[in-house]
Design a protein around this ligand. Structure first.
Ligand SMILES: [Zn+2]
Length: 103
């Protein structure tokens, strides 16, 4: 690999950013919209990655390792809990939106 190829995929991390280079999605850097400054929804540290990412690379792989270590029954239980949380979130927001519309 030549120096110019390496440079293309090097993420430049500004000094004001919190977090560490392990938080950055360096594999996104060559993509269009892959070098946005984002804040992780899990740890709140700054990271560089695609503009649509909400979780840093470190938190993503930590959560993935925990999930992968679960049995299939535990994964099914976890998935069901997440689906229920998402349903509750939209139900709650649909109700508050409905209440606003009645005023
Ligand atoms: Zn994070």
């Amino acid at each position: 690999m030549s120096d110019s190829e390496i440079e293309l995929h090097t993420v430049v991390r500004p000094s004001w950013m919190t977090g560490t280079p392990e938080c950055d999605w360096s594999e996104d850097s060559s993509h269009e919209n892959g070098n946005y400054f984002n804040k992780c929804a899990s740890c709140s540290y700054d990271f560089i990655g695609h503009k649509l990412r909400h979780v840093c690379r470190k938190c993503h792989y930590e959560a993935k390792a925990i999930y992968d270590a679960m049995t299939s029954e535990e994964q099914a239980e976890w998935d069901a809990k997440r689906v229920a949380e998402i349903r509750d979130y939209f139900k709650t927001n649909a109700e508050s939106s409905h209440a606003r519309n009645e005023r």
